[in-house]
Design a protein around this ligand. Structure first.
Ligand code: PEP
Ligand code: MG
Length: 559
């Protein structure tokens, strides 16, 4: 579609200039599909013409481009789309107002898993700290909600219920808009354009699928995620972060009992209460996925994320555990960590408390038996161990998982096919991949943690200086957004090569946030990964990017 300028002078037509006409994503799709259907361009050309990142416009509301913007602050474009709403500073408040039919934007310094209900209730999320793979960013992307993270110029005062930027102050109830595609915070309510998926979208996606070589899976933790994933064409779950299942109000108390237990017996008692809940989660996921592969990851985050914070919460858990609140508070203090994303987390939890991994494995296998009974289809089961650095760690946990599978098969009289594999998200794991692949049946690269550990940049604190690095040209782009091919990418290549040397049929995927970034998807195609796994709303982007990579199109980073 061309934008042409011409003039007619003394009966003669003069063409002055012509250039590619600007178009919305919806128009671009229609033009490409109609041109291909009329035989003017090939389907390959049509697929190559659409910018994968522009598909966001079809999946999320966007601000009317004609509207005047009063931008008060800029942070990271952590999750696309835009939303307006009243400011609230707590998740409980967000949930309360939403129940009354109000629209809110949740503003937090940073979010933690305890904010899930508030994030669900809010139209969008704004945080003053945190990078592109911070909790707020990852969870909002999964929910398909706009999020601006790491907006360091905003000062939040929870006590007063205010946020200020320079001389401007906003208080609880004031209306703001966030644009998660640009990382902007705007004063007031903005006119929105609602997303509209057209028939051409499905047609073009079908063509893209016929060209791509990479599989596209989804990072999905809830039945809702899994349904969205299927709707957008996800071919399985590449990462189910089980910790997200533990934060519901009815469960967190039991999780706290489990964590704060002083001995194995008490821990097992709490785990016994969690088992049926966890099993029910998995049955539902497996039923929705109907035989497609599902990778369930064992508990990963530092335990201290689950700890009770207030005196009232400590007393509540102490009552449930029949123990002294002061002893409980001491135990909670013991578990507190200063740099928890490199601390007591990942497989280290399962090494110290194997009974936690056993409970999760039992829930997974019992659920697989139940789901197969209900759907008549065997579950494509993959159990994944997080954050391993050594083969010995992996083997210790795999032995427990296998033993649990054997017990469940014996008890139920059903045979279960499954694989046990690992996240590769530490540099040492990349280097030792040859060893690890002796027993690990698949690899999934966790490039969020691999980026953090390769650069030595905390994924939660990066926002405060990475912007300067990008502005000064030290980095071309935030490496948490688009994979650093030279450094992190080299480690991934080493991991793939060494792993496949040991086990030629090793299945290899990626489940870090890069799995939904077009330039990173192109990299994954080039190095021969089997699949990428990304948040549900990025699945169409990944499908198109994978097709373009297969067609040899150079894709620019999605900044
Ligand atoms: C990763 O580290 O890339 C990953 C997918 O795991 P998480 O983000 O849950 O640490
Ligand atoms: Mg990780």
């Amino acid at each position: 579609m061309q934008d042409m300028e011409f003039t007619v002078e003394q009966g003669k037509l003069w063409m002055l200039q012509t250039r590619g006409g600007k178009r919305t994503a919806k128009a671009a799709l229609r033009i490409a599909v109609e041109l291909a259907n009329e035989g003017l361009i090939s389907k390959k050309e049509a697929v190559s013409r659409i910018d994968p990142a522009s598909l966001d416009q079809l999946l999320h509301p966007t601000i009317d481009p004609g509207a005047k913007r009063d931008v008060v602050a800029t942070g990271l474009p952590a999750s696309p789309g835009a939303a307006s709403g009243e400011i609230v500073f707590s998740s409980d408040e967000a949930a309360k107002l939403q129940a009354d039919g109000r629209k809110v934007i949740l503003v937090r310094i940073e979010t933690s898993p305890e904010d899930i209900h508030g994030m669900h209730a809010a139209e969008g999320i704004l945080t003053t700290r945190g990078g592109m793979t911070s909790h707020a960013a990852v969870v909002a992307r999964g929910m398909g909600k706009p999020c601006v993270s790491g907006c360091g110029s905003i000062r939040v005062d929870y006590g007063r219920g205010t946020m200020s930027i320079g001389t401007r102050t906003f208080k609880t109830g004031d209306v703001i808009t966030i644009d998660g595609s640009l990382g902007q915070v705007l004063a007031g309510r903005m006119p929105m354009i609602e997303p509209a998926m057209s028939g051409e979208f499905g047609t073009l996606m079908g063509w893209a699928d016929s060209f791509r070589k990479l599989g596209v899976r989804v990072n999905a933790d809830t039945p809702e995620d899994a349904r969205t994933a299927i709707k957008f064409g996800g071919e399985g779950i590449g990462l189910c972060r089980t910790e997200h299942m533990f934060f519901e109000e009815t469960r967190i108390r039991t999780v706290r009992e489990m964590i704060l237990a002083e001995d194995e017996q008490a821990r097992r008692a709490a785990l016994a209460k969690l088992l049926p809940m966890q099993r029910a989660d998995f049955v539902e996921l497996f039923e929705i996925m109907k035989g497609l592969p599902v990778t369930i990851r064992l508990l990963d985050p530092p335990l201290h994320e689950f700890l009770p914070h207030t005196q009232a919460e400590i007393e509540e858990v102490a009552r449930a555990m029949n123990t002294d609140p002061r002893r409980l508070a001491d135990r909670a203090r013991d578990l507190a960590e200063f740099n928890p994303m490199l601390g007591f987390r990942g497989c280290r939890l399962a090494i110290a408390y194997p009974e936690i991994a056993e409970m999760q494995a039992r829930a997974i296998f019992e659920a697989a038996v139940e789901a197969e009974k209900r759907t008549g289809k065997a579950v494509g089961l993959e159990v994944m161990v997080p954050l391993i650095a050594t083969k010995t760690e992996f083997d210790l946990i795999k032995t427990r998982i296998d033993a649990t599978a054997q017990s469940v098969m014996k008890e139920t009289g059903k045979k279960l096919a499954y694989q046990v594999g690992t996240m590769i998200e530490l540099p040492r794991a990349c280097l030792m991949a040859g060893d690890i692949a002796q027993t690990a049946e698949f690899f999934s690269f966790g490039t969020n943690d691999l980026t953090q550990t390769t650069y030595g940049i905390s994924r939660d604190d990066a926002a405060s200086f990475l912007g300067t690095y990008v502005a000064k040209g030290i980095l071309e782009i935030d490496p948490f957004i688009s994979v650093d091919r030279d450094g992190v990418g080299e480690l991934v290549k080493i991991g793939v090569a060494r792993g496949r040397k040991t086990r030629p049929d090793l299945k290899v995927g990626i489940c870090g946030e890069h799995g939904g970034d077009p330039a990173s998807v192109a990299f994954c195609h080039e190095i021969g990964l089997d699949y990428v796994s990304c948040s549900p709303y990025r699945v169409p982007i990944a499908r198109l990017a994978a097709a373009q990579a297969a067609l040899g199109k150079a894709v620019a980073s999605q900044a």
